[in-house]
Design a protein around this ligand. Sequence first.
Ligand code: GLV
Ligand code: MG
Length: 348
Amino acid sequence: LRANRPYPQWTVMKLPSFFYKPLAIGAPAPYRELPVALERMIHFFPGHNEKLRSRLGEIIPQVDVLLGNLEDAIPADAKEAARKGVIEVGKSHDFGSTGFWVRINPLNSPWMLDDVTELVAEIGDKLDVIMLPKVEGAWDIHYLDQLLAQLEAKHGLKKPLLIHAILETAQGVKNVEEIACASPRMHGMSLGPADLAASRKMKTTRVGGGHPFYRVLEDPKEDGSPRIAAQQDLWHYTFAKMVDACVANDIRPFYGPFGDIQDAEACEQQFRNAFLMGCVGAWSLHPNQIAIAKRVFSPDPDEVQFAKRILEAMPDGTGVAMIDGKMQDDATWKQAKVIVDLAKKVGA
Ligand code: GLV
Ligand code: MG
């Protein structure tokens, strides 16, 4: 699909480097080179809030990605003010190595078309990624892809804008594989647990995390003592499906929002589950969540040390070695390489 796209310049720029260079034996394929190497947190700001906008100068150097939000959480009568606010932010900041994204309104809203046309015209060269909510199928991505191609040509943009889809409807989950490869512009995907819960008619009012009633009860005790009920992960199936679809198509998987801002511990646990399952980052909705995401999506120093020992024990990535009584082989070498490569990016 990628090779046949009608953007010759774009295709040359964006084809992953491993299309040209052979990989080391057994090395896991790297993600395509993207505008920002690390994307541990996508930090949201509401475009219409002047007070929060005035603090962005301090926030930008602390985050991997800054995102101006135009969609949910922005009242209908503030949609235009939010768009103007994001444009102002784009014009007035130098983002350095921080990514700059925007979450536009959904395709079936009255604001989406103006969001895209105005943003590309005004700050197209500042923006890296457009986050598209409520994506249901490849057709949604195709529409935005074509619209962006037209606007990029019209405004003479120097680099292509990428698309990040939010996976937050039952229909989207059903079509996740087609969505992941719908365009060479695909950057990645975030799991949106709030809209997904609504779309699936789940019985919860939470934004991500667990639920006290979603649990498995241990078997009855002979002595009649109380049975332990452990909470289960509501999102496991979707994560697994999304991560496979993303990685198989060389795009990046993310966890989305965690709504209970006060509960830093549960946020950290939700982020950590995502990290362990293969996600590269999560959204931060409040400055408190920035440090949580940075900590969770950077590899643990003890894990890095152990992973380095595996690489050293098997210099060409083949064979078998025992380390601390644990068997290592080509597969654990590849696992270790994922961790060591990430540690290098993080500078750990
Ligand atoms: C995010 O947009 C969500 O619905 O969880
Ligand atoms: Mg949503």
